[in-house]
Design a protein around this ligand. Structure first.
Ligand SMILES: *Cc1c(COP(=O)(O)O)cnc(C)c1O
Length: 401
Protein backbone atom coordinates (compact mmCIF):
# COMPACT_ATOMS: atom_id res chain seq x y z
CA UNK A 1 0.00 0.00 0.00
CA UNK A 2 1.26 3.48 -0.90
CA UNK A 3 1.11 5.00 2.59
CA UNK A 4 3.10 2.11 4.17
CA UNK A 5 5.57 2.23 1.32
CA UNK A 6 6.17 5.96 1.84
CA UNK A 7 6.24 5.66 5.64
CA UNK A 8 9.04 3.11 5.35
CA UNK A 9 10.97 5.56 3.16
CA UNK A 10 10.35 8.40 5.63
CA UNK A 11 11.60 6.16 8.47
CA UNK A 12 14.75 5.38 6.52
CA UNK A 13 15.38 9.09 5.95
CA UNK A 14 14.91 9.78 9.66
CA UNK A 15 17.29 6.94 10.61
CA UNK A 16 20.05 8.70 8.65
CA UNK A 17 19.38 12.09 10.31
CA UNK A 18 18.27 13.39 6.91
CA UNK A 19 14.72 14.53 7.63
CA UNK A 20 13.99 17.99 6.22
CA UNK A 21 11.25 20.34 7.42
CA UNK A 22 10.08 23.87 6.79
CA UNK A 23 9.95 26.64 9.39
CA UNK A 24 7.51 29.50 9.22
CA UNK A 25 9.03 32.96 8.75
CA UNK A 26 6.65 35.36 10.49
CA UNK A 27 8.48 38.47 9.20
CA UNK A 28 10.13 39.46 5.92
CA UNK A 29 13.55 38.53 4.51
CA UNK A 30 16.20 40.37 6.55
CA UNK A 31 19.23 39.52 8.71
CA UNK A 32 16.89 39.50 11.72
CA UNK A 33 13.78 37.47 11.17
CA UNK A 34 11.11 35.98 13.45
CA UNK A 35 10.90 32.28 12.70
CA UNK A 36 8.62 29.61 14.15
CA UNK A 37 10.59 26.40 14.70
CA UNK A 38 9.51 22.76 14.71
CA UNK A 39 8.54 23.19 18.40
CA UNK A 40 5.93 25.80 17.40
CA UNK A 41 7.73 28.62 19.24
CA UNK A 42 8.49 31.86 17.37
CA UNK A 43 11.95 33.37 17.96
CA UNK A 44 13.86 36.29 16.54
CA UNK A 45 16.97 34.87 14.88
CA UNK A 46 19.95 36.37 13.11
CA UNK A 47 19.87 34.62 9.76
CA UNK A 48 23.04 33.44 8.01
CA UNK A 49 21.18 31.55 5.33
CA UNK A 50 19.38 33.76 2.86
CA UNK A 51 20.67 34.41 -0.66
CA UNK A 52 19.42 38.01 -0.54
CA UNK A 53 23.09 39.00 -0.67
CA UNK A 54 22.58 42.74 -1.14
CA UNK A 55 19.62 43.03 1.24
CA UNK A 56 17.43 44.31 -1.59
CA UNK A 57 14.37 42.20 -0.63
CA UNK A 58 13.69 44.71 2.15
CA UNK A 59 14.92 47.84 0.32
CA UNK A 60 12.19 50.54 0.56
CA UNK A 61 12.52 51.44 -3.14
CA UNK A 62 11.92 47.82 -4.14
CA UNK A 63 8.86 47.54 -1.87
CA UNK A 64 7.49 50.84 -3.23
CA UNK A 65 8.00 49.64 -6.82
CA UNK A 66 6.19 46.39 -6.02
CA UNK A 67 3.22 48.37 -4.67
CA UNK A 68 3.28 50.69 -7.69
CA UNK A 69 3.44 47.68 -10.03
CA UNK A 70 0.43 46.12 -8.30
CA UNK A 71 -1.50 49.38 -8.69
CA UNK A 72 -0.72 49.50 -12.41
CA UNK A 73 -1.03 45.81 -13.29
CA UNK A 74 -2.99 44.19 -10.44
CA UNK A 75 -2.14 40.60 -9.52
CA UNK A 76 -1.25 37.76 -11.82
CA UNK A 77 -0.25 37.83 -15.48
CA UNK A 78 -3.23 35.64 -16.42
CA UNK A 79 -1.54 33.51 -19.07
CA UNK A 80 1.71 32.21 -20.50
CA UNK A 81 3.95 34.76 -22.26
CA UNK A 82 2.97 33.73 -25.80
CA UNK A 83 -0.75 34.04 -25.02
CA UNK A 84 -1.18 37.31 -23.10
CA UNK A 85 1.09 37.16 -20.05
CA UNK A 86 4.01 39.16 -21.45
CA UNK A 87 3.55 42.69 -20.05
CA UNK A 88 5.38 45.93 -20.81
CA UNK A 89 7.31 45.30 -17.55
CA UNK A 90 8.39 41.81 -18.69
CA UNK A 91 9.56 43.31 -21.97
CA UNK A 92 11.49 46.12 -20.25
CA UNK A 93 13.29 43.72 -17.87
CA UNK A 94 14.40 41.55 -20.81
CA UNK A 95 15.56 44.61 -22.76
CA UNK A 96 17.50 45.95 -19.76
CA UNK A 97 19.25 42.61 -19.15
CA UNK A 98 20.09 42.33 -22.84
CA UNK A 99 21.88 45.70 -22.57
CA UNK A 100 23.70 44.62 -19.37
CA UNK A 101 25.24 41.66 -21.18
CA UNK A 102 25.96 43.30 -24.55
CA UNK A 103 29.62 43.93 -23.48
CA UNK A 104 30.02 40.21 -22.74
CA UNK A 105 27.89 38.49 -25.39
CA UNK A 106 27.65 39.93 -28.91
CA UNK A 107 24.01 40.29 -30.11
CA UNK A 108 22.85 39.55 -26.54
CA UNK A 109 19.12 39.12 -25.91
CA UNK A 110 17.42 38.00 -22.69
CA UNK A 111 14.36 35.81 -22.21
CA UNK A 112 12.59 35.70 -18.84
CA UNK A 113 11.44 32.69 -16.80
CA UNK A 114 9.48 32.35 -13.55
CA UNK A 115 12.34 30.69 -11.65
CA UNK A 116 15.95 29.71 -12.13
CA UNK A 117 14.96 26.08 -11.88
CA UNK A 118 12.67 26.52 -14.89
CA UNK A 119 15.25 28.51 -16.85
CA UNK A 120 17.88 25.81 -16.35
CA UNK A 121 15.52 23.00 -17.40
CA UNK A 122 14.61 25.08 -20.46
CA UNK A 123 18.05 25.94 -21.70
CA UNK A 124 19.67 22.54 -21.09
CA UNK A 125 16.76 20.47 -22.40
CA UNK A 126 16.03 22.68 -25.42
CA UNK A 127 19.63 23.06 -26.60
CA UNK A 128 20.64 19.52 -25.61
CA UNK A 129 18.85 17.81 -28.49
CA UNK A 130 19.78 14.50 -30.11
CA UNK A 131 22.59 16.18 -32.12
CA UNK A 132 24.30 17.41 -28.97
CA UNK A 133 26.58 16.12 -26.25
CA UNK A 134 26.42 17.81 -22.83
CA UNK A 135 29.58 18.14 -20.72
CA UNK A 136 28.28 18.66 -17.19
CA UNK A 137 30.39 19.69 -14.18
CA UNK A 138 30.08 17.26 -11.25
CA UNK A 139 28.95 19.82 -8.64
CA UNK A 140 26.30 21.47 -10.79
CA UNK A 141 23.05 22.60 -9.22
CA UNK A 142 20.17 20.07 -9.17
CA UNK A 143 18.21 22.10 -11.75
CA UNK A 144 21.02 21.76 -14.31
CA UNK A 145 21.25 18.03 -13.59
CA UNK A 146 17.48 17.71 -14.06
CA UNK A 147 17.86 19.59 -17.35
CA UNK A 148 20.34 16.96 -18.55
CA UNK A 149 17.80 14.25 -17.60
CA UNK A 150 15.20 15.88 -19.85
CA UNK A 151 17.65 16.45 -22.69
CA UNK A 152 17.93 13.96 -25.58
CA UNK A 153 21.67 14.58 -25.73
CA UNK A 154 24.35 12.21 -24.50
CA UNK A 155 25.71 13.42 -21.12
CA UNK A 156 29.32 13.30 -19.99
CA UNK A 157 30.28 14.44 -16.46
CA UNK A 158 33.66 16.07 -15.84
CA UNK A 159 35.36 16.41 -12.45
CA UNK A 160 34.94 19.54 -10.34
CA UNK A 161 36.80 22.50 -11.90
CA UNK A 162 38.99 19.99 -13.81
CA UNK A 163 39.58 21.67 -17.19
CA UNK A 164 41.99 18.92 -18.34
CA UNK A 165 39.32 16.26 -17.76
CA UNK A 166 36.83 18.40 -19.69
CA UNK A 167 39.28 18.95 -22.59
CA UNK A 168 39.93 15.21 -22.88
CA UNK A 169 36.20 14.53 -23.07
CA UNK A 170 35.69 17.28 -25.66
CA UNK A 171 38.57 15.91 -27.74
CA UNK A 172 37.04 12.42 -27.69
CA UNK A 173 33.57 13.61 -28.68
CA UNK A 174 32.18 13.28 -32.20
CA UNK A 175 28.95 15.18 -31.41
CA UNK A 176 28.02 17.94 -33.85
CA UNK A 177 26.93 20.29 -31.02
CA UNK A 178 28.93 20.41 -27.79
CA UNK A 179 27.50 22.12 -24.69
CA UNK A 180 29.58 22.69 -21.55
CA UNK A 181 27.33 23.29 -18.53
CA UNK A 182 28.56 24.75 -15.23
CA UNK A 183 27.60 26.76 -12.17
CA UNK A 184 29.60 30.02 -12.07
CA UNK A 185 29.64 30.06 -8.26
CA UNK A 186 29.08 26.62 -6.72
CA UNK A 187 26.14 26.93 -4.37
CA UNK A 188 27.32 24.56 -1.62
CA UNK A 189 31.06 25.39 -1.81
CA UNK A 190 31.17 29.07 -2.73
CA UNK A 191 34.09 28.64 -5.12
CA UNK A 192 34.12 30.17 -8.61
CA UNK A 193 34.38 28.03 -11.76
CA UNK A 194 37.48 28.67 -13.93
CA UNK A 195 35.37 30.33 -16.63
CA UNK A 196 38.27 31.76 -18.69
CA UNK A 197 39.77 28.27 -19.10
CA UNK A 198 36.35 26.74 -19.76
CA UNK A 199 35.67 29.35 -22.45
CA UNK A 200 39.08 28.65 -23.98
CA UNK A 201 38.17 24.96 -24.10
CA UNK A 202 34.86 25.88 -25.76
CA UNK A 203 36.73 27.90 -28.39
CA UNK A 204 39.35 25.21 -28.99
CA UNK A 205 36.77 22.43 -29.42
CA UNK A 206 33.93 24.38 -31.07
CA UNK A 207 31.70 24.03 -28.00
CA UNK A 208 29.27 26.39 -26.21
CA UNK A 209 29.42 27.36 -22.55
CA UNK A 210 26.20 27.45 -20.49
CA UNK A 211 26.86 29.29 -17.21
CA UNK A 212 24.50 29.36 -14.20
CA UNK A 213 25.23 32.64 -12.39
CA UNK A 214 22.58 32.34 -9.66
CA UNK A 215 25.09 33.42 -6.99
CA UNK A 216 27.26 35.80 -9.02
CA UNK A 217 24.63 38.16 -10.38
CA UNK A 218 24.60 41.37 -8.32
CA UNK A 219 27.54 40.20 -6.20
CA UNK A 220 30.52 39.78 -8.53
CA UNK A 221 31.99 42.23 -11.03
CA UNK A 222 32.62 45.92 -10.53
CA UNK A 223 29.02 46.87 -11.42
CA UNK A 224 27.32 43.68 -10.26
CA UNK A 225 26.77 42.13 -13.69
CA UNK A 226 28.21 38.95 -12.23
CA UNK A 227 30.87 36.39 -13.03
CA UNK A 228 31.26 37.33 -16.72
CA UNK A 229 32.13 40.86 -15.62
CA UNK A 230 34.37 39.53 -12.82
CA UNK A 231 36.49 37.70 -15.44
CA UNK A 232 35.92 40.33 -18.19
CA UNK A 233 34.79 37.66 -20.63
CA UNK A 234 33.28 38.30 -24.06
CA UNK A 235 32.22 35.62 -26.50
CA UNK A 236 29.33 34.62 -28.67
CA UNK A 237 29.76 31.13 -27.16
CA UNK A 238 28.52 32.27 -23.71
CA UNK A 239 24.97 31.38 -22.66
CA UNK A 240 24.15 32.73 -19.22
CA UNK A 241 21.34 31.95 -16.78
CA UNK A 242 20.76 34.42 -13.94
CA UNK A 243 18.24 34.28 -11.10
CA UNK A 244 16.34 37.28 -9.76
CA UNK A 245 15.25 35.76 -6.43
CA UNK A 246 18.71 35.99 -4.85
CA UNK A 247 20.77 39.20 -4.99
CA UNK A 248 18.03 40.95 -7.00
CA UNK A 249 15.75 40.43 -3.99
CA UNK A 250 12.56 39.48 -5.86
CA UNK A 251 11.82 36.41 -8.01
CA UNK A 252 12.29 35.16 -11.55
CA UNK A 253 15.20 34.32 -13.83
CA UNK A 254 16.47 34.83 -17.34
CA UNK A 255 18.66 33.34 -20.01
CA UNK A 256 20.84 35.75 -21.97
CA UNK A 257 22.64 34.66 -25.12
CA UNK A 258 23.11 35.42 -28.81
CA UNK A 259 19.69 36.39 -30.23
CA UNK A 260 19.45 33.22 -32.34
CA UNK A 261 19.60 31.16 -29.15
CA UNK A 262 16.93 33.16 -27.30
CA UNK A 263 14.75 33.22 -30.45
CA UNK A 264 14.97 29.43 -30.48
CA UNK A 265 14.18 29.13 -26.75
CA UNK A 266 11.00 31.15 -27.30
CA UNK A 267 9.91 28.58 -29.91
CA UNK A 268 11.13 25.44 -28.15
CA UNK A 269 11.43 25.86 -24.34
CA UNK A 270 8.41 23.99 -23.02
CA UNK A 271 8.47 25.58 -19.59
CA UNK A 272 8.42 29.03 -21.21
CA UNK A 273 5.55 28.13 -23.51
CA UNK A 274 3.37 26.13 -21.12
CA UNK A 275 3.63 28.09 -17.86
CA UNK A 276 1.91 31.27 -16.66
CA UNK A 277 4.17 34.32 -16.88
CA UNK A 278 5.39 35.83 -13.59
CA UNK A 279 3.26 38.60 -11.99
CA UNK A 280 3.92 41.90 -13.84
CA UNK A 281 4.26 43.79 -10.54
CA UNK A 282 7.32 41.66 -9.75
CA UNK A 283 8.81 42.52 -13.15
CA UNK A 284 8.03 46.20 -12.57
CA UNK A 285 9.88 46.06 -9.22
CA UNK A 286 12.80 44.24 -10.86
CA UNK A 287 13.46 47.37 -12.93
CA UNK A 288 14.12 49.17 -9.62
CA UNK A 289 16.18 46.42 -8.01
CA UNK A 290 18.33 45.98 -11.14
CA UNK A 291 18.97 49.75 -11.19
CA UNK A 292 19.99 49.59 -7.50
CA UNK A 293 22.42 46.73 -8.23
CA UNK A 294 24.29 48.79 -10.82
CA UNK A 295 24.12 52.10 -8.92
CA UNK A 296 25.70 53.55 -5.79
CA UNK A 297 23.64 51.32 -3.46
CA UNK A 298 24.93 48.19 -5.18
CA UNK A 299 28.54 49.39 -5.13
CA UNK A 300 28.39 50.20 -1.41
CA UNK A 301 26.70 46.93 -0.54
CA UNK A 302 29.19 44.86 -2.54
CA UNK A 303 31.99 46.62 -0.61
CA UNK A 304 30.28 45.86 2.75
CA UNK A 305 29.84 42.25 1.72
CA UNK A 306 33.54 41.86 0.91
CA UNK A 307 34.51 43.41 4.27
CA UNK A 308 32.15 41.06 6.16
CA UNK A 309 33.53 38.05 4.24
CA UNK A 310 37.09 39.01 5.19
CA UNK A 311 36.08 39.46 8.88
CA UNK A 312 34.36 36.07 9.01
CA UNK A 313 37.22 34.25 7.27
CA UNK A 314 39.85 35.82 9.52
CA UNK A 315 37.79 34.97 12.62
CA UNK A 316 37.21 31.33 11.65
CA UNK A 317 40.86 30.98 10.61
CA UNK A 318 41.98 32.16 14.08
CA UNK A 319 39.46 29.85 15.75
CA UNK A 320 40.78 26.83 13.84
CA UNK A 321 44.35 27.80 14.82
CA UNK A 322 43.32 27.90 18.49
CA UNK A 323 41.74 24.42 18.21
CA UNK A 324 44.18 22.32 16.14
CA UNK A 325 42.38 19.05 16.98
CA UNK A 326 39.08 20.20 15.42
CA UNK A 327 38.32 18.53 12.10
CA UNK A 328 36.29 21.51 10.82
CA UNK A 329 37.47 23.00 7.55
CA UNK A 330 36.59 26.40 6.07
CA UNK A 331 36.01 26.11 2.32
CA UNK A 332 38.23 28.27 0.12
CA UNK A 333 35.61 30.78 -1.04
CA UNK A 334 35.77 34.39 -2.27
CA UNK A 335 31.99 34.77 -2.30
CA UNK A 336 29.30 35.41 0.36
CA UNK A 337 28.81 31.62 0.55
CA UNK A 338 31.24 30.53 3.30
CA UNK A 339 30.80 26.81 4.07
CA UNK A 340 32.27 25.34 7.25
CA UNK A 341 32.72 21.63 6.54
CA UNK A 342 32.06 19.59 9.67
CA UNK A 343 31.71 15.97 8.48
CA UNK A 344 28.91 13.85 9.94
CA UNK A 345 25.18 14.48 9.50
CA UNK A 346 24.24 14.26 13.18
CA UNK A 347 27.30 16.34 14.12
CA UNK A 348 26.41 19.19 11.76
CA UNK A 349 22.77 19.20 12.86
CA UNK A 350 23.81 19.32 16.54
CA UNK A 351 26.07 22.27 15.77
CA UNK A 352 23.30 24.07 13.87
CA UNK A 353 20.92 23.43 16.81
CA UNK A 354 23.47 24.81 19.30
CA UNK A 355 23.86 27.97 17.21
CA UNK A 356 20.10 28.30 16.99
CA UNK A 357 19.85 28.22 20.80
CA UNK A 358 22.16 31.26 20.69
CA UNK A 359 19.74 32.99 18.28
CA UNK A 360 21.74 32.29 15.13
CA UNK A 361 20.28 30.41 12.18
CA UNK A 362 22.93 28.70 10.06
CA UNK A 363 21.59 25.73 8.08
CA UNK A 364 23.29 22.36 8.15
CA UNK A 365 23.61 20.90 4.64
CA UNK A 366 23.72 17.11 4.35
CA UNK A 367 23.93 14.48 1.62
CA UNK A 368 22.64 14.10 -1.03
CA UNK A 369 23.02 17.88 -1.45
CA UNK A 370 26.74 17.49 -0.60
CA UNK A 371 28.97 14.39 -0.70
CA UNK A 372 28.78 11.84 2.17
CA UNK A 373 31.05 12.77 5.08
CA UNK A 374 31.13 16.43 4.02
CA UNK A 375 28.07 17.74 5.85
CA UNK A 376 28.54 21.42 6.49
CA UNK A 377 27.25 24.65 7.89
CA UNK A 378 26.42 26.83 4.91
CA UNK A 379 27.06 30.32 6.21
CA UNK A 380 25.85 33.03 3.85
CA UNK A 381 26.49 36.70 4.40
CA UNK A 382 24.35 39.65 3.36
CA UNK A 383 25.49 43.25 2.99
CA UNK A 384 22.93 44.20 5.64
CA UNK A 385 24.60 42.07 8.33
CA UNK A 386 26.63 44.12 10.82
CA UNK A 387 30.16 43.43 12.05
CA UNK A 388 28.55 42.66 15.43
CA UNK A 389 26.42 39.94 13.77
CA UNK A 390 29.55 38.29 12.41
CA UNK A 391 31.28 38.59 15.79
CA UNK A 392 28.32 36.93 17.53
CA UNK A 393 28.52 34.02 15.10
CA UNK A 394 32.26 33.70 15.72
CA UNK A 395 31.76 33.74 19.49
CA UNK A 396 29.02 31.08 19.27
CA UNK A 397 31.24 28.86 17.09
CA UNK A 398 34.08 29.28 19.60
CA UNK A 399 31.76 28.11 22.39
CA UNK A 400 30.91 24.96 20.36
CA UNK A 401 34.51 24.22 19.28
C1 LIG B 1 18.92 28.86 -6.53
C2 LIG B 1 19.61 28.27 -7.70
C3 LIG B 1 18.92 27.98 -8.87
C4 LIG B 1 17.43 28.04 -8.96
O1 LIG B 1 16.97 29.35 -9.01
P1 LIG B 1 15.51 29.67 -8.46
O2 LIG B 1 15.19 31.00 -9.05
O3 LIG B 1 15.61 29.69 -6.98
O4 LIG B 1 14.61 28.59 -8.96
C5 LIG B 1 19.65 27.54 -9.97
N1 LIG B 1 20.99 27.38 -9.88
C6 LIG B 1 21.68 27.64 -8.76
C7 LIG B 1 23.16 27.45 -8.74
C8 LIG B 1 21.02 28.08 -7.63
O5 LIG B 1 21.68 28.30 -6.50
Amino acid sequence: MLLDHLQAKLDAIRAQDLTRFTRIAETGTAPRQTVRGADGVARELTMFCSNDYLGLAAHPAVTAALVEGAQVYGGGSGASPLVSGHSRAHHDVEALLGRWFEPHIPEARAIGFCTGYMANLAVVAALGDADAEIFSETLNHASLIDGTRLAKAKVSRYAHCDVEDLRARLAASTARIKLIVTDAVFSMDGDIAPLPALLQAAEDFDAWLIVDDAHGLGVLGETGVGTLEHFRLRSERLILMGTLGKAAGLAGAFVVAHRTITDYLLQAARNYIFSTASPPAVEHALLTSLALIRGEVGAQRRASLRALQARLRAGIGALLDRHPTLTWKLADSQTPIQPLIVGGNAEVMALAAALEREGLRVPGIRPPTVPKGEARLRITLCATHTEADVDRLLAALEACA
